[in-house]
Design a protein around this ligand. Structure first.
Ligand code: DGY
Length: 318
């Protein structure tokens, strides 16, 4: 059997895959081009891919031997799951292991944006710091503020746990009532309009799909407090980024902390880069050593099961 792995992974993980299949690993830091991916996948029984690889019907057309697509991420909006399922190709992802690490980053981004950490760090290095100054680099308090969590899944719930530790009042939107979060963290389920109107911080924890594209646009931003901050560690296209830039420029909202963007990497001429009231990160929500290693291990486990024709430990269904 043959496997194509679209980026270098820890050796112990690759060794597990090599033990059952002839394994080719894409050697570059940059992802394979669509053409290279098509060529490699055409000969593969298994594909271990990342969110930067587009797995669409066109690619699958030439992948006659492919049994399994294993994604090293919880999100899988780069994969046409329906097209895979229609061809009997199993799809797996890596949920669970990155929940707390991603919530840590979301909360760090919230704190950093509120308290001007990045600007303050730059200021400290710049030589501008001449004295202690009463209102220098002041921002809103995080403790006792209202946090609106849009999407109370695993990561949203861990965000609530962290917010509770900061004595925040927590509102959330979700398809179902999250009893544990209500009981343990005092979280209260609301509709989106109320959450937007009452929250000092709005944190997004929705998966990306056709139904969540531009979930937060000009209309929603206009419902937020002018002092509020928007935090996005989910997927860039959950927010209408053009509308967000306009809202940030106009003072409709006070700022944003973003780990994800509609186009990644963020183009160097993107207007977000000129705004002082944003904290911008390069999609590092799950980037701890332990979590990225665990994600790679889980992706290998899914891949191996798929190659053997066994049920995947973490299957994705259409
Ligand atoms: C995911 O897993 O979907 C994240 O975006 C990367 O960890």
């Amino acid at each position: 059997m043959r496997v194509f792995v679209t980026r270098r992974l820890p050796e112990h993980v690759l060794d597990r895959v090599r033990a059952i299949a002839e394994t080719e690993v894409w050697p570059d830091e940059m992802p394979p081009s669509a053409e290279s991916l098509r060529e490699k996948t055409a000969e593969a029984d298994g594909l271990l891919c990342l969110l930067t690889d587009r797995i669409d019907a066109q690619l699958l057309e030439g992948a006659k031997r492919l049994k399994v697509v294993s994604q090293m991420a919880v999100g899988y909006d780069n994969i046409d799951v329906r097209a895979c399922v229609a061809r009997g190709i199993a799809v797996g992802n890596t949920p669970g292991v990155l929940t707390e690490t991603t919530a840590d980053l979301a909360f760090a981004l919230l704190l950093a944006t509120a308290r001007n950490i990045v600007a303050a760090e730059r200021y400290t290095r710049s030589g501008e710091w001449r004295t202690w100054s009463p209102m220098l680099l002041t921002g809103p308090d995080v403790h006792h503020a209202v946090l609106g969590i849009v999407g109370m899944g695993r990561i949203g719930c861990e965000m609530a746990r962290r917010a509770h530790g900061f004595s925040m009042r927590i509102l959330y939107t979700a398809n179902r009532t999250h009893e544990a979060a209500e009981r343990d963290f005092g979280a209260r389920q609301t509709d989106l309009d109320m959450l937007l109107a009452e929250s000092d911080f709005v944190s997004l924890h929705l998966p990306y799909s056709a139904s969540t594209r531009h979930f937060i646009g000009a209309t929603e931003l206009a419902k937020m407090k002018s002092t509020a901050l928007l935090i996005n560690t989910a997927r860039g296209a959950v927010v209408d980024q053009t509308a967000l830039v306009t809202a940030l420029q106009a003072g409709t909202i006070a700022g944003a902390g973003l780990d994800v963007f509609e186009t990644e990497p963020l183009p160097l001429d993107d207007p977000l880069l000129l705004l002082p009231n944003v904290t911008l990160l390069p999609h590092i929500g799950s980037a701890s050593h332990a979590t990225r290693t665990r994600m790679a291990e889980l992706a290998a486990e899914n891949l191996i099961c798929g190659l053997r024709g066994e049920p995947l430990p973490h299957p994705v269904t259409a």
